[in-house]
Design a protein around this ligand. Sequence first.
Ligand code: GCU
Length: 674
Amino acid sequence: MWLQYEPITEKKVKDQYQRVLRHVVIKEDDPIILSAKNELEIAVKEMLDYEINWAEDVQDANFVIGNKKELAGFLEEGQRCLLADLADEGFIVQTINQKSYLVGNTDAGVMYGIHHFIRLMQMKADPSQLHIADQPKNQFRMINQWDNLDGSVERGYSGKSIFYQNGKIVKDKARIHDYARYLSSIGINSICINNVNVWEEETYFITKKYLPEIKEIADIFSSYAIRLYLSINFASPITIDGLSTADPLDGEVKQWWKDKVAEIYDYIPDFGGFIVKADSEHRPGPFTYNRDHADGANMLAEVLEPYDGKVIWRCFVYNCLQDWRDRATDRARAAYDHFKPLDGRFHENVLLQIKNGPLDFQVREPVSPLLGAMSQTNQLIEFQVAQEYTGQQIDLCYLIPQWKQVLAFDTHIKGPGSTISEIVAGNIHVYKHSGIAAVSNIGNDENWTGHTLAQANLYGYGRLTWDPSLSSQQIAEEWIIQTFGNQKEVLAKIEKMLLSSWKIYENYTAPLGVGWMVTPGIHYGPNIDGYEYSRWGTYHFADREGIGVDRTIETGTGYTSQYEEPNRFIYNILSECPDELLLFFHHVPYKYTLKNGETVIQHIYNTHFKGYEQVEDLMDIWNSLEHVMDNARFKHVQDRLYRQKMNAKEWRDQINSYFYRKSGIADQYNRTIY
Ligand code: GCU
């Protein structure tokens, strides 16, 4: 992936780095520092073909690396002030009088500083006059694996799990170790290693049957400053020890969890805590006992609190047995309706994990109105790096622009500037803990992510959680240079492909924010009515007159009322609503004219014909790279693009035919519709 450490051939750059790295001093008895030092050694050896000459004393070194405590006596006042202004995981890299300093507030900070320095080397930046002070914007920068013990990965599109195989935790943990290197290099500091749906056998992960081996995994991650979390089954006391109830207010149940948590921390002293999917898609939860989510989360929070453990409670709670005839129930409303009334009731070590949109990681959704709506409850936003609804790592879909749009969304919760980015950074309400989580997209495929170019989503996810102000283009450039080298042509062309890909995917799939229309169950490929008469609450309501979901206050489900002004007004009033979300909020006739001047039906035809052509353009761009690319990666991506073209064709023709048949309105340009 992006840690290939290709040799630097430019003599000038190579000399510059060799000069800076002449005599390096670094303290090395801590596992995190050891990993960081090791990474620097690998990078320098491979990129500069050079063995670092480690110095013993700070005085003898021309590159000094360490945390601020151990370097206290050697730092200048200015450096101390800079560090004091940075978070624990922050660092500085500076050159003063020919001597370079890489100092972290903590060992984790040192590690992030080293990764930063390596990245500069990969980007061939001039190292002679560095003045960097950096820190993560978000406290929680988390990855969720949806891996199961049988080796499968729920919504995994990159082969099997790297953690489990055939009902066992893998013996050879080399791949897990590499994953830790990748994650730490992009700033990730927390990982949950099992699926949020905790099945029968995985329920026993919190018992001595599995804890010794989970501890081994935890140790690998913690040597990269990544804390390990487990998803738990809310009904564990019943499943594991035959208790008659899992009622969170029952004394015996509380004691059971207390003992359980003590046992876990015996094995893993820096264990992060639990992720809980409760009362969601048939998973057990407090509702069974007439308790609410605060009761459930707080019971676990109390027993984790003495160990600094956290409860990450997911808000993906909705009625998944809806009657499609029932027009009053609106799944989009569910998370807000369930959780907003509970604001103020959650303990300080509970974080609510909220999906970025109110439905489920569609190619286009509005931002979840629950984000920021609870001033006294810690929140984490959840993204999906795995491309469940965005092409499943067969189709190219660079998701950074989507996430950036979400993070930039201004909720106006506390007046202008209350963006999602500031909310999850804990700057709008004073959250004790907050940040960003996402579902991982990796598996045991040789290239980790199924589609080689899907690596950019994982890379970009990490970089964004660290610094949401990085642009989609900057992130793409960094990733391409580190992964494919810095040939101008390769850079320009892959960048163009990545940056256009989200829009292209949207063009040939479900139009104007309406979502779904995918094959039920697998979620790849078109099936326009696949979810229309189902129990999942995901409808488009297309009839012969028009399409879309009326979520307005006056005539619809009232979902728009969950937003603050002016967003409420903008979404609620048809003429104000942005085109891209029109069908999410309104039911309109096919001949309704969009702000862009096209009618809805003509827009559907136009975007679908265009989307397919754009995939052909992607193929042409890629094909033109054959002479500058290694054959393996060239052929691999070429093959994926071909499959994407077939998918786009199916989407184009099914969507166009469906709406032509429903509406009877012909395409203005007489293109082929079936
Ligand atoms: C989606 C996804 C499921 C997953 C669920 C969740 O519905 O299709 O596989 O379990 O989200 O986030 O819990």
